[in-house]
Write a protein that binds this ligand. Structure first.
Ligand code: COI
Length: 354
């Protein structure tokens, strides 16, 4: 399939890189492609970023048949641009598509389209420390129909956003609130898929957490409300004694690309990593015994985010001294060094743009 290009009449001013926040600015162009049952995916095109016209009856607006991904393009000191494990995001996009009854994409073609878009937009990849170009691919259901079934038509698009740190705290520890009332996902549900509804489901408890002065919610399992699953926009890791523990993927937890990278980095250092069920009670007990050394989250947007405080069932614990622990600092540094091309990439994770 040939990708067509429609030029913008006028290009936007670029934001001030020293004060970039997350997800507020978008580049000049986007990639779009449509799906119809008879034609498959068709009409791939790069066109000026702008509103998408849709009828109020469009299915995604009613039944939330929407999935997305998040990855980043990083600028190295030499000015080169590189992607981090993009194929993993595209594989996960197709896994989410299957779960949401959407047609699969040709991952090689989508990667090619993403690269073509990025080559046009490479001037938007910021170079200030800690900044990057966030890439948001998404698929939405587009049938103008309000009966409940899977849509027969879809739109795939990729938009780009120059970003700074996800949390206002930057790389400083965040405060996490554990809810023992609300759940994000349940056994047999769509927790593992990167679908819009999971994020909508998280909003109410997140607002409660904010009111209490906490940044994010830590979710417990939806069956027993006992085992830790994940945190707002991240997977979660606990350093207990000398062992790095993270909840095992059980169908209701997002299989994070950064999560996997943390596990593989830790293993390469000789650190014992265990993926298993871990209860919130065990975490509090480890803290009380002085064994809970560090807690941190991982995600594309959030990168590595240390956790300084956890509040559960009316009791707040402070991890370490509430500051950044040595493991979180090392993961942050080593991941960033690979992502920004400051060090060799022994894992083959980085894909240069050209
Ligand atoms: C990401 O980390 O890329 C995500 O998609 C999480 C989102 C809430 C920003």
């Amino acid at each position: 399939m040939e990708i067509t290009f429609r030029k913008a009449d006028r290009l936007k001013d670029h934001p001030d890189e020293s004060s970039l926040s997350f997800g507020t600015r978008f580049t000049d162009y986007m990639f779009i492609m449509d799906y119809e049952s008879e034609k498959g995916w068709h009409s791939p095109r790069i066109e000026p970023y702008g509103p998408m016209l849709m009828e109020p009856s469009t299915m995604v607006l009613h039944y939330g048949q929407a999935i997305f991904e998040g990855l980043k393009a990083y600028r190295s000191a030499s000015g080169a641009i590189q992607l981090f494990r993009p194929k993993e995001n595209l594989k996960r996009l197709n896994r989410s598509a299957e779960r949401l009854c959407m047609p699969a994409l040709d991952e090689d073609f989508v990667l090619k389209a993403m690269v073509e878009l990025l080559k046009i937009e490479k001037g938007w990849v910021p170079e200030a420390p800690g900044t990057s170009l966030y890439i948001r691919p998404a698929i939405i259901a587009t049938d103008p129909y309000i009966g409940l079934r899977a849509s027969h038509t879809y739109r795939f698009f990729i938009i780009l956003s120059p970003v700074g740190a996800y949390y206002p705290e930057g790389f400083n520890p965040v405060k996490i609130w554990v809810t023992s009332h609300y759940v994000r996902a349940v056994r047999g549900g769509v927790g593992e898929a990167k679908t819009a509804g999971n994020y909508a489901a998280s909003l109410y408890a997140t607002e409660l957490a904010h009111k209490e002065g906490y940044t994010q919610v830590m979710w417990l399992d939806g069956v027993e409300l006992k085992y830790v699953e994940e945190v707002g926009a991240m997977n979660i890791f606990f350093m207990i004694g000398n062992e790095l523990v993270t909840p095992m993927l059980n169908g209701s937890i997002l299989s994070g690309v950064t999560r996997d990278s943390v596990i593989r980095l830790a293993e390469s250092w000789g650190t014992k990593v265990t993926q298993r069920r871990i209860s919130i009670d065990e975490i509090y007990a480890a803290h009380d015994q002085g064994e809970l050394k560090e807690v941190f989250g991982s995600g594309t947007a959030a990168a590595i985010s240390p956790v300084g405080h956890i509040k559960y069932d009316g009791r707040e614990i402070i991890i370490g001294n509430g500051g950044v622990g040595p493991f979180a600092a090392r993961f942050f540094k080593e991941l960033m060094d690979i992502q920004y091309g400051r060090t060799a990439d022994p894992f083959g994770w980085v894909m240069p743009l050209e």
